[in-house]
Structures are given as structure tokens and as C-alpha cells.
Design a protein around this ligand. Structure first.
Ligand SMILES: [Zn+2]
Ligand SMILES: [Zn+2]
Length: 262
């Protein structure tokens, strides 16, 4: 079994309606992807996202505002209300992205701070997007006591120092198709070092299709390509990696484990 720990099913061009989304889900199932976490990026989009995936029982949700969507506004009470949906297992994605947007730094920080506090309040882990904001991300997680709930640095592209700091805070590192890209040598050396009990795999679809699907729209089925690549990179078997990343997912997202135990 594999889990796509981070995807945006509501943003797939290939799935404008339920029938096409069913095909995407069937493709994933055929590759052994049994569960998916569909991640919210705009609070204005939460309800449409939730409704779109409502008929798929193997899809978990998150509630939050992405650092590159903060200008559309954050109402933390809405995020909290959405998070009370039983299928919402995490807060995010939130975080800091100074690479694509340096001019919204202060707003990103205030939105991140509020979402960290909410995660602690509702006792759900954080899905963190971080790019070119290493120190601020780690410092804000620390000062917000994010270690109480943990979380994941998703689509990880930073250095080992940052991975280690996050791991020390009880966080997980999630690897996307970027690890398969030709120029990702440094990232590969980081991913080799992440302890088994802290690694997750994701597609971040519809973005960042892994080799050999470059140029196509990314979809959850391709998490298998990521997993195969990472297993080989780390000198592990595919089955071992599939098993421990699945275990890690349910250890981190405890509400997801409770949902499937029913
Ligand atoms: Zn992201
Ligand atoms: Zn994302």
C-alpha cells in the first residue's frame, strides 16, 4: 500500500468532473495508492474541494491557507470550522515562501502564526510549505510550540540542516517528484539521510510530475514512481518503503488512523 500524503485533487485539469476524477482515483488504486490527503490552499476553496471528493472514502482533507494565497485573506474562525469536519486530519498547507513572494513576508508570517496556534488548539498536525525561509520557518514552529502537534515539511527542497531541525521538533519530511529531477543532487543526498520513521512520499499533484512523466499533469498514481525512485536511492526495497511511509502517515495523521479504524 502507498499513500499520496499531499495532492490537490480539486486543481487537476484532468478531473473537471466526478467521472474524470473517478478515473484519476482508479489510476491511483491500480498503482497501489490506497489513501490520499487532499490539501486545502485557499479557504474560499475548502467547501468546493470537500464536496468534490466527498464520494471517495479514501481521501482525507486538510484546512488552511497557503503562503502564496495569503493575499486572498485568512479568517482563522473559518479554518477552525472547516477543521471540525471529521475528514480533516491536518491544518495547512501553511508556511513561508520567500522564493516566490518576498513582498508578502509579514502577512505570510502572521497567517502562519495563526495557523500554528490553531493546530495546537485543535490538536491536529501541520502541513508546512517552506521555501527559502529556513530560519523563520523553524523559529516560528518553535515559538508556536508546534512540537506539541507535529507535522510535515511537504515537498521538501531544503538542506540537511533544516531537515534535521524539523526532525528534532518531531516533524516528518515529505519527498515529492522533485527528487527525481536531474538537478536535484543535493536534495537526493538529504533524502538519503532522513530516518525511516520520519519519511513520507507525495505527488503534490497536479504540480511537479516525477520522471518519467515530466511535461504531463501530475496525478496521485505517480507517487509510485516517487516511491520507487526513493527506495532505490536509499538502498531499500519498494515494499519496505511503502510499508514504513504508510505507517508514518498514520502515526502523524492520527485522525486518519481513527477514521479508517471504524
Ligand atoms: Zn506546497
Ligand atoms: Zn501543495
Amino acid at each position: 500500500m502507498l499513500i499520496d500524503s499531499h495532492c490537490h485533487l480539486d486543481r487537476l485539469k484532468a478531473a473537471p468532473d466526478l467521472a474524470s476524477l473517478q478515473t484519476i482515483m482508479d489510476n491511483a488504486k491500480a498503482q497501489g495508492v490506497d489513501y490520499l490527503l487532499c490539501v486545502n490552499v485557499r479557504q474560499q476553496g475548502f467547501e468546493a474541494m470537500r464536496d468534490k471528493v466527498a464520494s471517495f472514502e479514501n481521501v482525507f482533507l486538510s484546512s488552511g491557507v497557503h503562503p502564496l494565497d495569503v493575499q486572498e485573506g485568512l479568517n482563522i474562525d473559518d479554518i477552525k470550522r472547516f477543521a471540525s469536519d471529521p475528514r480533516v486530519v491536518a491544518i495547512g498547507e501553511t508556511g513561508l515562501d520567500y522564493f516566490y513572494s518576498n513582498d508578502t513576508k509579514a502577512l505570510q508570517q502572521s497567517c502562519f502564526e495563526q495557523q500554528i496556534a490553531l493546530a495546537v488548539d485543535v490538536n491536529k498536525p501541520l502541513i508546512v510549505h517552506t521555501r527559502d525561509a529556513r530560519e523563520d520557518t523553524i523559529n516560528m514552529l518553535k515559538s508556536g510550540h508546534a512540537d506539541k502537534v507535529g507535522g510535515v515539511l511537504h515537498c521538501f527542497t531544503e538542506n540537511w540542516e533544516m531537515a534535521k531541525a524539523a526532525i528534532d521538533l518531531g516533524f516528518y519530511i515529505s519527498v515529492s517528484g522533485i527528487v527525481t529531477f536531474k538537478n536535484a543532487g543535493e536534495l537526493r543526498s538529504v533524502i538519503r539521510k532522513v530516518p525511516k520513521d520520519r519519511l513520507l512520499v507525495e505527488t503534490d499533484s497536479p504540480y511537479l510530475a516525477p520522471v518519467p512523466h515530466r511535461g504531463q499533469e501530475n496525478q496521485p498514481a505517480y507517487v509510485r514512481d516517487v516511491a520507487q525512485f526513493v527506495a532505490e536511492l536509499r538502498g531499500e526495497t519498494f515494499d519496505d518503503l511503502a510499508q514504513y511511509t504508510t505507517d508514518n502517515f498514520f502515526n502523524l495523521f492520527k485522525d486518519a488512523a481513527k477514521l479508517i479504524a471504524r
